[in-house]
Structure formats: structure tokens, C-alpha cells
Write a protein that binds this ligand. Structure first.
Ligand code: NDP
Length: 406
């Protein structure tokens, strides 16, 4: 039984019980950092990782988690050992079923969904289906299964709060809420800002030579490797466009992308009366994480305060769809709907992994994604089974095409 109260001085404060999926990653670590800064407010129930047993065990010991889940089942024993060495008594589960169990544990209030990629879909969906408050970082869940996911969350009464900094900014710039529909609160457009990544001004001909290390070195944000590459190709912004479509029930025409290299304005909402509301802050994921964790309250996040005089200038420009074809592919997938976003995402995951393993060049990422999208017919996806089937098919086709590219 997870205890919800803890003596904090003279008073007994009810604690929010939280599970962090993907706790060893960039968002997961930042989440635990914020939780650690707010003692007495949160109790950690379960933590999960893919392979990093050492870090997972350390986190479980530090936060006194009751359950540790390792997705790679072959590492279950390694996790037992690591926990034992740290004298931590967390129970151990493994595999996808373990992740789903962690996501739907009875007594847990909130689930931070911060697994990377389509691997996060089933556990994130399980959290929504069991009516948890879902703090959504795993954008891929909404990209590939937007309709199924939003419907499941609605039916279970689960609240989905955006953690992605842009969507969190939009949420903050919607004081009238968005559950009533954007039109009903006077919204005309959603403007997603994008830093443009490390290759914003690099001559196009040089993009073929960039290395994974260069692509992963984002000018403003410190993130996991996959999302860093996505930021460099602007596929991340494309995925976010589709994420925004589902999170805010927006029409394709209502979503715009604006390049803003300083990453200070995290996104904006333009209203019918000409007002534009923006959320600003230093680029640190702990701000949107803290906002989603504590909403509607505000808590300490440990971030540097924004000093606009020091920043000096904020600049904006239109995105270059020729230089960054992934952005156009994502808009096309959103408009095509059905299985198109699933194919886009699967092709991209395969392409990014191949680039990180130095099998294909950086500028081959959009080529591979485009070819996969062209080779597969557009179909409706109505169930999670349809989504997973299309995801598997697109991955197989992407691997075939990659062999042709090599
Ligand atoms: P990381 O790569 O840093 O971390 C991913 C986490 O997921 C790790 O805990 C990892 O475990 C786990 N994981 C990886 N593969 C699997 C799998 N197959 N099954 C189960 N668990 C797995 O990613 P980020 O933290 O950067 O990103 C997480 C999500 O948040 C992504 O969807 C990303 O788009 C989104 N996001 C990230 C932002 C950022 O600043 N990083 C900003 C906004 C959104 P292990 O450590 O063992 O590999």
C-alpha cells in the first residue's frame, strides 16, 4: 500500500503519488530533480528504464520507489542485483507487461510518460485508460495514435497535461482552457516556435557530412539523442505539429511553425481580437515539467531566471521547408491522416537510429522517410491493433529501403 501522507513538521500533508516511465532519460531525470526539490509533495511509486539497470536502481533507492521495471527482460537479474547492492526493496518487473503494470498501478495519481519513441505508446495508453493524470512528454503516442489515445483518455476521465515545452507553453497561453474547443475560447492560430536546431544556417551541401555528435549538440536544449536529431532535421517540430493537432483538437490550418533561434518564447496563441499570448522562460525542461506536475499551482523547478536584458534580442523567421523537408513531410502526414503519421514516425525512428549508428547520412533521413511514405498506401487506423500493425509494416519497409540506399 502506498502511503499518501508523511509527517512534515507539525502538519500532515497529502502527497501526490507518481510513476515516472522512462525515469533514466533526460525528461525522467529532470522530473525526479523537480520532485526532489519539493519534499513532502510527491511520493514516487514506480520507475522504469529500458536497459540502464544501474541508474534505475540508484533512482529507486533515492526515491524509495516500490516498483522498478526494466523493459529489456534479459536484464531483470542485473536489476535485482543492483537493487540488492543498494539495499533497496523495490519489487521488480520487466518487459512491456511490466511497463503497462507500472503505468496503471492502483493508488497512483499521476504518470509522467517520458519513454522515447513508439515504445511509449502501450504504457502511456495504459495510464490514460486507467484514468491517471498523464503528464505527456512521449509525443510519439499522440502522433501515431492521436484519435485512439484522446478517445481512451476522454472515456476514462484521464487528464492529459502537455510536458513538451511548446505544448506546455500553449496550454499556459490558454487561460480560458482548451477543453471547450479552440473556437469557443477565441483562438485563431497556434504558433509553435522552433529553435531551428544546430544546422539552421549551415549550407545545404554540408548537411551530408554532419556527424551524430554534431546533430546531438543542440544550441539551447540538453535532450536525449533521438529528439536531438529530430530537432536538427525539424522532424521534432513536425511531430509537435501533429501532437498539437490532437492535444488541442486544432485544425491543420490553425497550426503554424515559426523559427526562433533563442528558444526563449516557447510558443504562442493568437486570438480573434489580435492578441497574441506567449510563454517565455530560459530553455530548461524543468519549467514545463514543474508546471504539469503542480498545475494549477506553481512549484520550484530549480531553473535560472529569465533575464531579458541579458538575452538582448529575440528574433523570428519563417521555416525553410526546402532545407528541412521533414517538416513538410509531417504536415503532409497530418493532412493525409489515417496511417500516414504512423508511417512517418516509424520511418523516422528507423532513419534516426541508422544515422546515429552511422549507417546513413544526415540528409538521407528525409529521403528515407519520404520513400516509406510513398511506398505504403493511405489507410484508416481505428484501433490500437491497427496502429501497431501499420507501425510494424512501416518499419519493415523502412529497413528494406535502407538496404537499397546503402
Ligand atoms: P531519452 O533517450 O533521454 O530517455 C528515454 C527513456 O526511455 C529512458 O529512460 C530509456 O531507458 C527509456 N526507453 C528507451 N527505449 C525504451 C523502450 N524500448 N522501452 C522502454 N523504455 C525505453 O529521451 P528523452 O528524455 O529525451 O525523451 C523522452 C520523450 O520526451 C520523447 O518522446 C521526447 O520526444 C519527449 N521530449 C523530450 C524532451 C527533452 O528535452 N529531452 C523535450 C520534450 C519532449 P534507458 O535509459 O535504459 O535507455
Amino acid at each position: 500500500m502506498i502511503s499518501r501522507t508523511e509527517a512534515t513538521g507539525a502538519s500532515q500533508q497529502p502527497m501526490e503519488i507518481i510513476t515516472v516511465l522512462g525515469s533514466t532519460g533526460s525528461v525522467g531525470e529532470s522530473t525526479l530533480d523537480v520532485i526532489g526539490r519539493n519534499p513532502g509533495r510527491y511520493r514516487v511509486a514506480a520507475l522504469t528504464a529500458h536497459r540502464n539497470t544501474r541508474r534505475l536502481a540508484e533512482q529507486c533507492a533515492q526515491f524509495d520507489a516500490q516498483l522498478a521495471v526494466i523493459a529489456d527482460s534479459s536484464r531483470e537479474n542485473e536489476l535485482y542485483q543492483a537493487l540488492k547492492e543498494l539495499d533497496c526493496r523495490a519489487a521488480v518487473l520487466s518487459g512491456e507487461s511490466g511497463l503497462v503494470e507500472a503505468a496503471s498501478l492502483a493508488g497512483v495519481d499521476s504518470v509522467m510518460a517520458s519513454i522515447v519513441g513508439a515504445a511509449g505508446l502501450k504504457p502511456t495508453l495504459a495510464a490514460a485508460e486507467s484514468g491517471k493524470k498523464v503528464l505527456l512528454a512521449n509525443k510519439e503516442s499522440l502522433v501515431i495514435a492521436g484519435e485512439v489515445f484522446t478517445l481512451a483518455a476522454r472515456q476514462a476521465g484521464a487528464r492529459v497535461l502537455p510536458v513538451d515545452s511548446e505544448h506546455n507553453a500553449i496550454f499556459q497561453a490558454l487561460p480560458g482552457g482548451f477543453e471547450k474547443g479552440l473556437d469557443n475560447v477565441g483562438v485563431e492560430r497556434i504558433i509553435l516556435t522552433a529553435s531551428g536546431g544546430p544546422f539552421l544556417d549551415m549550407p545545404t551541401a554540408e548537411l551530408a557530412q554532419v556527424t551524430p555528435a554534431q546533430a546531438c549538440k543542440h544550441p539551447n536544449w540538453d535532450m536525449g539523442r533521438k529528439i536531438s536529431v529530430d530537432s536538427a532535421t525539424l522532424m521534432n517540430k513536425g511531430l509537435e505539429v501533429i501532437e498539437a493537432r490532437w492535444l488541442f483538437d486544432a485544425q491543420a490550418e490553425q497550426i503554424e511553425v515559426l523559427i526562433h533561434p533563442q528558444s526563449i518564447v516557447h510558443s504562442m496563441v493568437a486570438y480573434r481580437d489580435g492578441s497574441v499570448l506567449a510563454q517565455l522562460g530560459t530553455p530548461d525542461m524543468r519549467t514545463p515539467i514543474a508546471h504539469a506536475l503542480a498545475w494549477p499551482q506553481r512549484i520550484e523547478a530549480g531553473v535560472n531566471r529569465l533575464n531579458l536584458a541579458q538575452v538582448g534580442e529575440l528574433s523570428f523567421r519563417e521555416p525553410d521547408f526546402d532545407r528541412f523537408p521533414c517538416l513538410g513531410l509531417a504536415f503532409a502526414a497530418m493532412r493525409a491522416a489515417g496511417n500516414a503519421p504512423v508511417i512517418l514516425n516509424a520511418g523516422n525512428e528507423i532513419a534516426v537510429e541508422a544515422f546515429l549508428n552511422e549507417r546513413i547520412a544526415f540528409d538521407q533521413i528525409p529521403i528515407l522517410v519520404d520513400k516509406v511514405m510513398q511506398r505504403l498506401e493511405n489507410r484508416a487506423v481505428r484501433t490500437i491493433g491497427d496502429v501497431l500493425e501499420q507501425d510494424k509494416l512501416a518499419r519493415a519497409v523502412a529497413n528494406e529501403i535502407m538496404e537499397e540506399l546503402l
